[in-house]
Design a protein around this ligand. Structure first.
Ligand code: GAL
Length: 956
């Protein structure tokens, strides 16, 4: 008898819940002065700075030449930083063998961040969680002696190779050496109730980092702000206390039902009681959500943490005075290979602001850009007294206002929302507001202010626009700039709102440059000029003295960008007072990445998804010529010095191949069922103990795959016994992770499927009747070829599982389809297989896509609707596993594959395995290559290294 137990997907060590701790005072002799802090903010090179950041994992986008693309999209939000985890399991699959080259090399990541002007918070674990394989731990951690995340020497020794190699590399790219790294977070949420906080373990990690040259401050990330058990100073204390928060939770099923979400209103007070000497740091704040097999899908998560939620929750954090604010995730990416944890599917889109396909067409991206750019140009925000956002000025019972009162200046901020933050009402109000001219009730010229639906606004008072004082504005500010002798201010509101501002200019000339002059009311009162207007879809441009006011509706504001101007004098593109001051304002639709002045030439790098009028405000005096993506542009310059041109979008001409028409080559990928199959190279499951300290064996020998070095993807087991004719029943208890299927054959007869739900992976228990003892069955098993000594060093340790085709390397480009050992046929995945088992197909896929465009591609199964069929397909593109499609679980039907994995101008190799656990087999009913939002784009994408198939000598 042979039993073929195919277990799909890997298992992750489960997260540990944690609590918080108090930080030490801000003094540490080893720190360099490039980055310091006080209780209000960090200082970078002596400058007080707000740090707006978003999380992005390089290992979830395995195309290094695309990292700059993501950093530029983060930078364009007005953000100055990115946080990221380093994933240990990808770098040390085999104990003490550290490999961090090719797509796993961090150097190009540091370089791309520096080029985009993005500072980095590095989070090298060793534990990271992140819905990733092992939470970052390599599979062999199950065999180490000692409690994980503790001070046990067996565990401490286990991460020495990884941690010393990684932190010494990070050390070279610290700000003290001119690099982008400004902060390091040791461990992850290591302060919980579930795990005993061991100060000496935390200290050990920090000491290791310091001994490898890390000088930047250590930042913690408590899982939540409430309750902590870590030391304030001394052993185990970090430099700066920070916490995480996910107030909307992780179920995206009811994205618009806010009643189950929490709006924390005591963040400021909690911070003051926990860490009064450090800047208020939100190290992870909800930017979307994870989703699991069978879940509602990431579009729902993007809707849940959408533009409205960003306005409500992020502005509530602003009300609490946050000054390090990082959004998890800003770009989620892909769980290619087996990078994800077992409950998660291939996409890790996360419903983030930047989609998995790297597009920026979600409203939530644009909304975040409004907030990010506003805070970026508002240095007085770091000079205010916050209060708990429960301490509000009651304007009406329906409206609450949280003040941030100016400390050394009068400049104050007022965060307005519905008292019942879940309310979708349209509510009108007037409001008394403190200004340097006394308290005024706004709007002064009549009418009412409104909150239309779920919204929160930040109003400003005594806001300095250079030397001019904006006494107040009810419209929200997107950006402003002083350009020589004039100022441009961009304000926005929701269509239907009435707005008013007062500016400290007496009797200035007022000209409506664009729009109907009767739509702008004005009044001079003493040294102030008051303007009032209604927001409509037509913009108003009003000149008040030397101030140009652009009065926009929200979606028009979404088209504005504020790139920092790179010049020959610029030494870097990081955010600083100088780079903020030299920025220009561009109205250009889809995306503006960079602006550069070289001599008399102004270069813009931008993406367009439609023909777009491009306006440039504040082009430097000496700029005479305009280039967009390297191409010279004719433009007009009006009497105000504003430039205008048109960027033409031509729909690219290309056809994507019909995948049903490819020349497919097929093999049976479960030859192990055949009596003639030779399993002599398989490992004997002969260990009479398990190294897994958390689990006891219920079987005479261990059948846990990790005891034999197999941690990812498909596992195969063969058991044999001598039959006595009395057998009627075999019981198996198996485990494969969050979602898995086990198929069992006796000889070559398919018996059925099994399900289970516990760690570790493999066969946990079995029994056979007919008078047999367990030891009557002897077992062999296999997983990926080589186990921890994985074969494909380029694609890394988590790419391949244990299927026959994978072990043989037939998923790689240019498999030898003439090699008769494999018994190649010419069926297609659309014909499939007609019994339970595993079919495998491969085909050459030529592509020829036009250059100058960003054309994100996805493989779409079943035209986007789950068929419910009982199979799991794996999709491989040029050898990289980029999809697990399970039509009876879902939800994912569309699998983005980035350019760089795909060769857009040449041959690609596509492969598909289909594991049918239904006795009548399975076929792929439809598979198409489709494109996402197309934009003309300056991005340059290099093809990753993708070694072709060569015969694997030791494969079985
Ligand atoms: C946090 C954790 C992250 C990630 C997140 C949920 O608690 O630190 O790694 O798992 O939850 O997406």
């Amino acid at each position: 008898m042979r039993i073929h137990n195919i277990v799909n997907w890997a298992i992750a060590l489960m997260p540990k819940v944690t609590t918080a701790f108090l930080p030490p005072p801000a003094s540490d002799a080893v720190l360099q002065n490039n980055i310091t802090w006080d209780n209000q903010s960090f200082f970078i090179n002596g400058e007080r700075q707000l740090l707006l950041s978003g999380e992005f994992h390089p290992w979830r986008l395995p195309v290094p030449s695309l990292w700059l693309d993501i950093f530029q999209k983060i930078k364009a939000l007005g953000f100055s930083a990115t946080s990221f985890y380093v994933h240990w399991a990808l770098l040390e699959s085999e104990p003490s063998v550290y490999r961090a080259d090719g797509i796993f090399d961090l150097v190009p990541f540091f370089e791309a961040a520096a080029e985009a002007g993005i500072y980095l918070l590095v989070r090298p674990g060793p534990y990271i969680q992140a819905e990733s394989f092992g939470g970052g731990f390599p599979g062999w951690i199950a065999r180490t002696n000692g409690t994980l995340r503790s001070n046990d020497s067996g565990f401490l020794d286990s991460f020495h190779t990884y941690y010393s190699n990684t932190t010494s590399l990070i050390a070279k790219y610290q700000i003290s050496n001119g690099g982008p790294v400004i902060l390091l977070q040791p461990e992850n949420e290591y302060t919980g109730s579930n795990n005993e906080f061991e100060p000496s373990y935390m200290q050990y990690i920090m000491d290791e980092a310091r001994s490898n040259g890390i000088v930047v401050p250590f930042l913690s990330n408590d899982p939540g702000p409430y309750g902590h058990n870590a030391p304030e100073s001394g052993v185990g204390a970090v430099d700066v206390y920070g916490h995480d928060y996910y107030p909307l939770g992780f179920s995206c099923s009811n994205p618009d039902n806010w009643t189950s979400f929490e709006l924390p209103t005591d963040f400021y007070q909690t911070h003051e009681s926990q860490s009064p000497t450090t800047p208020y740091s939100l190290v992870e704040f909800q930017g979307g959500s994870m989703d699991s097999w069978g879940g509602p899908g990431f579009d729902n998560c993007a809707q849940m943490v959408g533009a409205e939620a960003e306005r409500m929750w992020y502005k509530n954090n602003v009300a609490a005075g946050v000054s390090f604010f990082s959004i998890y995730m800003i770009y989620g990416g892909t769980n290619w290979g087996n990078v994800g944890y077992p409950s998660g599917y291939t996409s890790y889109d996360y419903g983030a602001a930047i989609t998995e396909s790297r597009t920026v067409d979600r409203d939530k991206y644009s909304e975040l850009k409004l907030l990010g750019n506003f805070l970026k140009v508002s240095p007085t925000y770091l000079d205010v007294q916050p209060f708990n956002s429960s301490v509000t000025m009651a304007i009406t019972s329906d409206i609450s206002v949280s003040p941030l009162l100016g400390l050394s200046t009068n400049s104050s901020f007022w965060v307005v929302r519905h008292t019942d933050y879940t309310s979708s009402d349209d509510t009108s109000y007037t409001m008394p507001i403190q200004t340097s001219n006394g308290t005024v009730t706004i709007p002064q010229l009549g009418g009412v202010l409104s909150l239309l639906g779920r919204d929160s606004k930040i109003l400003v008072t005594d806001y300095p626009l250079g030397n001019i004082n904006l006494l107040y504005s009810t419209a929200e500010l997107f950006t402003w700039k002083q350009f020589g002798d004039y100022i441009v201010v961009v304000l926005y509101g929701e269509i239907g709102e009435h707005e008013e501002l007062a500016i400290g200019l007496s009797n200035p000339d007022i000209t409506v440059l664009e729009g109907d002059s009767s739509s702008v009311q004005h009044q001079y009162t003493g040294n102030q000029t008051i303007l009032a207007w209604d927001i409509t879809s037509s913009r108003l441009v009003v000149r008040v003295g030397d101030v140009y006011l652009f009065l926009l509706d929200r979606t028009s504001a979404y088209n504005f960008w504020v790139p920092q101007l790179i010049t020959s004098e610029t030494t870097h593109n990081y955010t600083s007072n100088a780079t903020i001051a030299s920025s220009i304002i561009v109205n250009a639709g889809y995306l503006v990445r960079t602006a550069r002045l070289q001599g008399n030439d102004l270069y813009l790098e931008a993406d367009f998804n439609a023909t777009t009028t491009v306006e440039i405000f504040g082009a430097p005096e000496n700029a005479k010529n305009l280039y967009i993506n390297g191409r010279g542009q004719n433009f007009t310059k009006d009497s105000h010095g504003f430039w205008s041109t048109s960027a033409i979008f031509e729909t690219p001409q290309f056809t994507l191949p019909d995948l049903t028409k490819l020349t497919w080559h097929s093999i049976d990928s479960l030859p192990e069922l055949q009596a003639s199959y030779n399993d002599s190279d398989w490992v004997d499951a002969s260990l009479t103990f398990t190294a897994n300290v958390d689990y006891k064996l219920s079987t005479p020998t261990s059948l846990f795959s990790s005891d034999y070095g197999y941690h990812v993807g498909f596992l195969l087991y063969r058991g044999s016994f001598t039959a006595n004719g009395q057998e009627t029943q075999l019981n198996l208890t198996t485990q494969g992770g969050g979602v898995f299927e086990t198929a069992v054959w006796i000889n070559d007869t398919f018996i059925g499927i099994e399900e289970g739900s516990r760690e570790p992976r493999g066969i946990l228990d079995y029994s056979l009747d007919g008078g047999h003892s367990q030891s009557d069955i002897s077992w062999k098993l296999t997983g990926n070829l080589g186990g921890e000594q994985y074969v494909d060093l380029t694609r890394g340790p988590l790419n391949e599982g244990g299927l026959y085709a994978e072990r043989q390397g037939l998923h790689l480009p240019y498999p030898d389809v003439n090699d008769s050992t494999y018994g190649w046929g010419s069926s297609t995945p659309f014909q499939g297989i007609d019994s339970a088992g595993v079919g495998f197909w491969t085909a050459r896929l030529p592509l020829d896509l036009p250059s100058g465009y960003d054309i994100p591609l996805s493989f779409q199964f079943d035209q986007g609707t789950l068929s419910g069929a009982e199979y799991c397909a794996q999709l491989y593109v040029n050898g990289f596993q980029f999809g697990k499609y399970a039509p009876s679980y879902g939800p994912q039907t569309e699998f983005p594959v980035p350019q760089g994995i795909l060769n857009y101008n040449g041959d690609n190799w596509l492969a598909i395995s289909v594991f049918s656990y239904n006795s009548s087999g399975a076929s792929v009913s439809s598979l198409q290559l489709v494109n996402n939002t197309i934009a003309t784009s300056p991005i340059q994408v290099d093809l990753t290294n993708q070694p072709a198939y060569t015969k694997r000598a030791n494969a079985y």
